[in-house]
Each structure stands twice: as structure tokens, then as C-alpha cells.
Design a protein around this ligand. Sequence first.
Ligand code: KG4
Ligand code: ZN
Length: 338
Amino acid sequence: MQQNGPIILAIESSCDETSAAVIQKRKILANITSSQAIHEQYGGVVPELASRAHLQNIVPVVNAAIEKSKLNLSALDAIAYTRGPGLLGALLVGTSFAKGLALSLGKPLIEVNHMQAHILAHLIDNGSETPEFPFLCLTVSGGHTQIVLVKSPLEQSILGETIDDAAGEAFDKVAKTIGIPYPGGPLVDNWAKEGNPNRFKFPYPQIHNYNYSFSGIKTSFLYFIQNNLKEDSQFVANNKADICASIQNHIVSYLLTKFLKAAKDLKIKQLAIAGGVSANSELRQQLFELKNKGYKVFIPAFEYCTDNAGMIAIAAHFKFLNGDFSNQSATPLARMPL
Ligand code: KG4
Ligand code: ZN
């Protein structure tokens, strides 16, 4: 290992972003992501098209990351990859590539859990303060919604999670209902900026403990839109900003109410958010305001919110230090517990 290492190349290919990053200690030297525009026309990620796009993108993306890091492949101490959870065909591309590269360079392999990595993005050294342990993280992505107790980098336990749809999925389905293209989350966020978040009210699901449910919110939103369209065919067109602001405010308030309950019960004052939905401006704002209530809050840089290999690299860093290596027979996992 280099004196100021370890230096690790990490690859992420779990869904529709092909990404490669190089990390040295906890500093990211390069983080290159290629997003797959092909899925827009289908209104969601088409798994087979995602796998093909990963195959096309992976070599240029890895080359770009290595070039940006100004290092040679020989400087690497390990190759890391996302083993799961995610789309199996998409994961296979990153896994196979990482294995082949590790084998040809004679370097060790490190497998990373994508959800664990979303959280560990908070420990990347980019000059800002990082959370202290234990902290609580609300992980909100296109496939997951979890309240996670983080005791140390590699000791994470789920306190609660969604029993049906994920928060990101709820944003995407809301968007689809009112004719906003995929991926709807960022566009709903944009529309909401001009709207009144208190204009329309929606019911809260009655789910006990720290679990969430989004399928009821999705259905009540659908009925709300259908009923209003019966009265006024221009309802969506004339009220889009208020609709987006109101449903966004509802989803975010629901997410944070439970998250705060867990924080109070566990007496934890350090709160973080992670995953694609942590890019949402309302969620970021409402979390930020908790500073006034005595909480220390951690909001990831946009670059590390949605899927990226930088987060895989930081997770691999801690696994490297722990001597936690993978082997050539490991296969990807569509589902992978924390
Ligand atoms: O973590 P991520 O990039 O991929 C998964 O691992 O799923 O999350 C993607 C999800 C999508 O559902 C997308 O609509 C949502 O994150 N998202 C947002 C925003 N940016 C991304 N949702 C709401 N507001 C945003 N600004
Ligand atoms: Zn993700």
C-alpha cells in the first residue's frame, strides 16, 4: 500500500448510472458518472437496456476516472464494485469488469453494498465536517426508504423501512400521474419551487413503529387528481406548481416526522440524509431547519446524493482497512441486506 494510500478504483453499475471513482485515503480524486438517457422514453428504467448501456459505457467511464486521477492502474491497491442491491443484469456488468481488472492487475477485490455506500458518502473527505458515531441516517432512494442507525462505518442497522414503495418511487409516480416525464423527482422539485406547499392536503398513512408506507399516498394522490380533473379539465395544467409543492411537502414532512421520532427515542442528535431523494430541496431545507432544535445535520453534496462510484469508493476504503476482501467467485445480489 502507498504511504498515503490506500488507493482504490470503485465501480457502480446497480441501476441506470455507470460510474467509476478513484479514492486515496478518504479523498476522491475522480468521480465520473454517465447517466443513461435511453430510459426517459419508456418512463422508467428498462433493465435490459440498462445492462447494454453499462457495457457500452464502462470502459470509457473507467478510463476517464483513471485519467482524471492522474494515476496509473499500477498505483491501485484494490478494485471495488457494487455487489447489490440493484438490477441483476446491470450489476453483472460492473462485477465482471471489476473481477477481470483485479485479476489482470493482480490486485484484491472489494464488494460493496450500495445502500451502505449511500450513507458512507458522508465520510468522504471534502473539507466539510463529517458526522460522529453513532448517527442516524434517513436513506431515501428510488428503491429504498430506511432509517439506519450507524454505529461505525461498517456497523449499520435498519430501525425502520418502507413496507411497499420507496420515497423516490412515490415522487416518480406522482410525476407520472400529472404527466411529468421520468425520472420525475427532480422535476417535481423544480415545479414545487414556484408553488404553495400548503394549498392541498393529503392523508398520512397510519403505520406503527419506524416503518413507512407510500402506496396509500400514491393512491390518494391519484384520486385527488382524477376527482379534480372531473370538475376542471385544466386542473393540472393550471395548478401544477401548487400540486407539486403540496405533495412534496407532504412526502417530506412524513419522512421527517418518523425520522425525528426515532432520533428522539434514541436520543441521537446527529442526523444525516442519503440517497437520490436527499437531493430534494424541500427535504434539505426542512432538515437544515432542525439545526434550530439542537440537532447537528449532515446534507450530502449533490454529487454524492444520486448514484455515483465515489460513495462505493469510500465504503471500499473502510472495508480495505478492515481487511474485508471479496473473491473471484462472488456473484451480484439483486437483494442484499445491510
Ligand atoms: O439513489 P438513486 O440515485 O438511485 C437508487 O439507488 O434508486 O435515487 C433515485 C431516485 C429517483 O426516484 C429520483 O426521482 C429521486 O431519487 N430523486 C429526487 C430528486 N433527485 C432524485 N426526488 C425528489 N427530488 C429530487 N430533487
Ligand atoms: Zn442509489
